[in-house]
Ligand binder design. Structure first.
Ligand code: AHR
Length: 499
């Protein structure tokens, strides 16, 4: 019997909805085909956006979407993507498959997509190959309400009203694909570029994000903060957030391995590498704490997820991969970690939304499937805007000689709906576990549960789209302040407690 301890009287912080955020890049079939098919497509769409995909993402309560990259962001020139489509510049997408980018999805289309999704907007600007003027004018184009050259241009292009830019990233991976800079050089550029990311609406300031580290490059975080830390941006500081990128590639960059064909050893290796996120957040937070004791600057994990070999026969530059129960566990574990660090992790964006890396949705022509990762986000959505509660769970170490992991992870919140939401992952491929939950001083009136469980390699295909799906879980007994249940092997569980 493993004990779960929850103290509903101890609230540990607010879980920003954006912790369950997403990322969409001009990469492979994410934007084109996955999200946007154009007004004239036989696939049902509204203003070019796939209706089936939009509907699924709304159900999952997508809180925020990052665009246009990724590496693509530092090669993207926003003026190429506005105005009549037939006049838009074509370019080669050098990073991703060398295909022709026709710019038919640009700023207006992104804002329309976010309008349909009802989500916040996260724009990533170009520092690597763009100018300060270009960035400044993009912000003016999107957000200025009065008379100005850019506001007039926007109006001429059919959108008189300004949009709201909620988050703005000043460059992406500028230590690598975004210009191969040193931290000090980038930080000085950041100081300059962010100056011209103007807040035209004082009541809706833009949340400015500096490019942070790759994985455990703590020297980058330190170097950037040393040179340009001043928070928060909307009070004449420089930044509201700094990013962190960490992908799980189980066999390392050179040997990522198959998304669907793996053994138990690879399962535990993958989950072990996923758990490294905990250490990364703690490490970068420790540096941030030295500059920002009041925790005003958010850690923005704006790229995370699994990165496997592409599906056989697909374009290597398109990063198209399947998603199994292993991905579901990766998602559940990471989201539990982010919840536990909600005092510092202000937003996180899984890579990427559709048809690229650890997607929540895959499409094939007019067909669409929800991946196991989708179902995890759909179960965890009750944590959005909730208050994190003090909780812990007894665990044991399982796995292989080289890759040990705890058998269980959890997080618990008091939801906006007044219920207590418990999410638990069982990392064991083979073992079920009995769990007894104790909720200090809190009488439990009832429990509703839903579970995602299956064999480790199980996944949905276009021929069998429902192989992995959530089911209701009614194996939970209530006794005063306690609950007890058995969590099956290889599963992600959500319990909603009425108190
Ligand atoms: O998500 C794919 C790529 O991974 C992004 O373009 C880049 O930022 C990262 O290296």
């Amino acid at each position: 019997m493993y004990r779960l301890y929850v103290n509903p009287n101890v609230k540990k912080g607010h879980i920003h909805p954006e912790i369950q955020g997403h990322f969409s890049e001009h990469l492979g079939r994410c934007i084109y085909e996955g999200l946007y098919v154009g007004e004239n497509s036989p696939i049902k769409n509204t203003n070019g956006m796939r209706n089936d995909v939009v509907e699924a993402l709304k159900e999952m309560q997508i809180p925020v979407l990052r665009w246009p990259g990724g590496c693509f962001a530092d090669e993207y020139h926003w003026r190429d993507g506005i105005g009549p489509k037939e006049g838009r510049k074509k370019m080669i997408n050098t990073h991703w498959g060398g295909v022709v980018e026709d710019n038919s999805f640009g700023t207006h289309e992104f804002m329309e997509l976010c309008r349909q999704l009802g989500c916040k907007t996260y724009i990533n600007g170009n520092v690597g190959s763009g100018t300060v003027q270009e960035m400044s004018e993009w912000v003016e184009y999107m957000t200025f309400e009065g008379v100005s050259p850019m506001a007039d241009l926007r109006t001429a292009n059919g959108h008189a009203d300004p949009w709201k830019v909620d988050f703005f990233g000043v460059g992406n991976e500028n230590w690598g694909c975004g210009g191969n800079m040193t931290p000090e050089y980038y930080a000085n550029l950041y100081r300059r570029y962010q100056t011209y990311v103007r807040n035209y609406k004082s009541d809706a300031p833009i949340f400015k994000i500096a490019c942070g580290a790759n994985v455990d490059d703590f020297g980058w975080t330190e170097g950037v903060l040393k040179t340009c830390f001043r928070a928060p941006a909307f009070l004449h500081g420089f930044m509201d957030g700094i990013s962190l990128h960490y992908y799980t590639h189980p066999g390392g960059w050179e040997h990522k391995g198959s998304a669907t064909d793996f053994d138990e050893a690879m399962w535990y290796q993958t989950l072990n590498k996923t758990l490294y996120m905990e250490m990364l957040i703690a490490g970068h937070t420790a540096i941030l704490d030295q500059y920002d004791k009041e925790k005003k600057v958010g850690l923005i994990v704006d790229e995370w997820g699994t990165w496997f070999d592409v599906e056989p026969g697909t374009n290597p530059g398109f990063l198209y991969q399947q998603s199994t129960m292993r991905d579901a566990l990766v998602a559940g574990i990471n989201l539990n970690i982010f919840n536990k660090h909600c005092d510092r992790v202000r937003m996180a964006n899984i890579a990427q939304l559709v048809n690229v890396l650890q997607s929540v949705i895959l499409t094939d022509g007019e067909k669409m499937i929800k991946t196991p990762t989708y179902h995890v986000f759909n179960m965890y959505k009750y944590h959005q805007d909730a208050e994190l509660l003090s909780s812990s769970i007894e665990t044991e170490q399982i796995g292989t000689e080289t890759d040990k992991v705890p058998n269980l992870t959890e997080s618990v919140s008091l939801g906006k709906d007044g219920r207590i939401h418990v999410t638990i992952t069982n990392l064991s491929v083979t073992e079920d576990y009995d769990i007894c939950g104790e909720f200090t001083g809190t009488q439990i009136q009832g429990v509703q549960g839903e579970i995602l469980t299956n064999a480790m390699r199980a996944h949905n295909t276009f021929d069998a789209p429902e192989t992995v799906h959530t089911e209701s879980f009614d194996g939970c007994k209530v006794d005063g302040t306690q609950i007890s249940f058995t969590i099956p092997a290889c599963s992600v569980l959500h319990l909603a407690l009425t108190v």
